[in-house]
Write a protein that binds this ligand. Sequence first.
Ligand code: DGL
Length: 277
Amino acid sequence: MNPAPIGIFDSGVGGLSVAREIRRRLPGEDLLYFADHAFCPYGGRPLEVIRGRSVAVVGELIDRGAKAVVVACNTASGAALETLREEYSVPIVGLEPAVKPAAANSRVGRIGVLATAATLQTARFHRLVQTYGQNVEIFQRASPELVELVEAGEISGESVERLLDRTLAPLREAGIDKLVLGCTHYPFLRDAIQDVMGAEVEVLDSGEAVARQVERVLAGMDALAINDGPGDIRLLTTGDREQVEAIVRRLWTGPIEVQSVDQLRRWGGEPSGSSTT
Ligand code: DGL
C-alpha cells in the first residue's frame, strides 16, 4: 500500500469532474489537484505550448509526492501523453473522448463529439477516430465558450441554455443518438446539455472509466491507500487563489483546500491575459 496522493491535472477546474469520479471509486485516497489557471483555457493554444505546460505541471505534482498522475484534461492528454510517459517514470493515466463506446452502441450510426479545438486537431484524436469510428459518421464541434462558462461557475440558467442551444444545434440537426463530452469541463454542464439534446440522445463522458483505470493501475502496483476515512483533496492553482476558491466551492461538494503556486506562472509561454491565441 502507498498513502501518497494521486496527482490530477487540468488547465482549470474541469478535471474536478474526473476527481469526483476518482473520489467516488477510491474514497480513501488523498488527491493533489493542479489547475493551470495562468494558461487556461488550453483549447485555443498551440500544441507545443500545451505540451510544455503539461511537462512542467506533472513534474511539479511528482516533486510534491504524487504516486501516479491523472491527466484529467482531454486537450493535455491529446497533446502531451506520450511525452509525459517518456519523461516521467510514475504511472500516467490519460483521457480520451469516449468515441469507442459511443460508436459501438450507436443505433443510427451518427455520433457527436464536443471537444476543444486543440483536442480535435491532435494526432491522438485522429487515431481514435480511425480506429473506432469507421462504421459511424462523426460530427465534431468545438466551443471555447463552454469552458469559460464552467470556469466562471455558471453551469445552469438562461444564458447557459442559450449558448448550449446555439452550440449544439448542428449536432441536434445531424440526428445523432450519442454525444461524447470530449472535455472534462463539460460534465458540469451535463444536465443542461441533456435538456438541449433531448432524452433520446445518450450523453457520455470518460470520468468513470478513468477512475476504474486509476484503481487498476494502483492495485497492480500494490499502491492503493488503505484508508477508512475520506481522503484529503488539495487544489493548487497558478491563478488567483481567492477567485479560484470561489468557483471551486460551487463545483466541489465537501472540504477542499485551495493554494496558489507561483513558481510555474510563466514557464513555457505567455500566461492568459497576455496571450494572443
Ligand atoms: N478540460 C480540458 C479538456 O478536457 C481543457 C479545456 C481548456 O482548457 O480549453 O480538454
